[in-house]
Design a protein around this ligand. Structure first.
Ligand code: DP6
Length: 331
């Protein structure tokens, strides 16, 4: 009998308009739409092999065998793929991130986008970009945005069918860069999944969600017009609004460290002095500093001089998730 191994790659992404809170936790239908940029330099590479001789799903992440909740989350996506492909074969999943695992960079977006693509292909399915994005969403909401290329919008939708991400502009549309100031490498205490579940306990979440269509319009337009000032204004507002919700949830989530705030202040100062630069922060202490690609090296140098900044990783707009290898294996 023959089986095949499919290997795929998918980029991480940075949200300009954030996803925070779900309308439906199990289907991962978001409370609001979101917009992000794929990050070229930061990716996950994943190989999947379904086999009749494997009794249970197996997961190796960065050469370490993973059990428990990490494996369960991967198996839940494989179950969706098995359901679509009409097979009950178990799979071996080998996954590696090219970015340091201790750097505090979220890997669920690139991981579940790469897994959705490799596992569906390995099971013999040939899903459209829309269906791949829907599948990736079930593993991790932000992963839906790592399927299409470049600048991407995840439409909240109304149900499982219409909640998926589309590219609004290709990577070459705007030569931006994300200089990620690493201020903490510790694993965050409360992950995004638990954070989404308590978003509605904040009295500010309803206002944040109600205003989301306006912010999405402003951000989409700023990207299409390559208008950095407009982008900076809406990206910082949106990040601050999400953190206001986080800080006022029960229990309260405070992700910023003193060095995070120092970077945010410096970025605002540089912008007042005329540099096109803005910050955005996910569910962690690291600060994503968005700037023009031609100024990225200079910005990275300036960031490294701020006390508490341990490292700076730079990424440009990235492409779509891709299959990079398919191998037929005879069992
Ligand atoms: C703050 O996609 O990591 O990065 O669906 O539970 O895996 P799960 O959550 P996840 O949430 C991302 C939250 C965020 C904002 C964003 O990327 O939009």
């Amino acid at each position: 009998m023959s089986t095949r191994t499919v290997t795929s790659v998918a980029c991480a992404n940075i949200a300009f308009i954030k996803y925070w809170g779900n309308r439906d936790e199990s289907l991962r239908l978001p409370a609001n739409g979101s917009i992000s940029m794929n990050l070229d330099g930061l990716f996950t590479r994943t190989s999947v092999t379904f086999s009749a001789s494997t009794q249970t799903d197996k997961l190796f992440l960065n050469k370490t065998s993973i059990h428990g909740p990490g494996l369960d989350r991967v198996s839940a996506m494989l179950d969706l793929v098995r359901g679509m492909a009409g097979t009950n074969q178990r799979a071996e999943v080998i996954s590696e991130n090219n970015f340091p695992s201790g750097a505090g960079i979220a890997s669920s977006a690139s991981a579940f986008a790469a897994l959705a693509l490799a596992s569906s292909k390995a099971a013999g399915l040939d899903l459209s970009e829309r269906d791949l994005s829907r599948l990736a969403r079930r593993g991790s909401g932000s992963a839906s945005r790592s399927i299409p290329a470049g600048f991407v919008e995840w439409q909240a939708g109304t149900d499982d069918e219409d909640s998926f991400a589309v590219s609004i502009a290709p990577p070459a549309h705007w030569q931006l860069a994300d200089c990620i100031a690493i201020v903490s490498s510790v694993h965050k205490k409360t992950g995004s999944t638990e954070g989404h579940a308590i978003a509605k306990t904040s009295p500010l979440q309803n206002a944040r969600v109600a205003d989301a269509p306006r912010r999405l319009d402003l951000c989409r337009r700023a990207i299409l017009d390559r208008d950095f000032d407009a982008l900076a204004a809406i990206v910082e507002l949106d990040s601050d609004m999400m953190h206001a919700v986080m800080m006022t949830s029960s229990p309260a989530l405070h992700y910023w460290q003193p060095a995070s705030l120092a970077v945010m202040k410096a970025v605002q100062q540089w912008r007042e002095e005329g540099s096109p630069v803005c910050y955005t922060v996910d569910a962690g202490a690291n600060i994503h500093v968005i700037c023009l690609e031609k100024e990225a090296e200079q910005i990275a140098l300036r960031l490294r001089k701020i006390a508490g900044v341990k490292d700076v990783l730079t990424a440009r707009p990235g492409g779509s998730a891709k299959v990079i290898e398919q191998k037929q294996i005879v069992e």
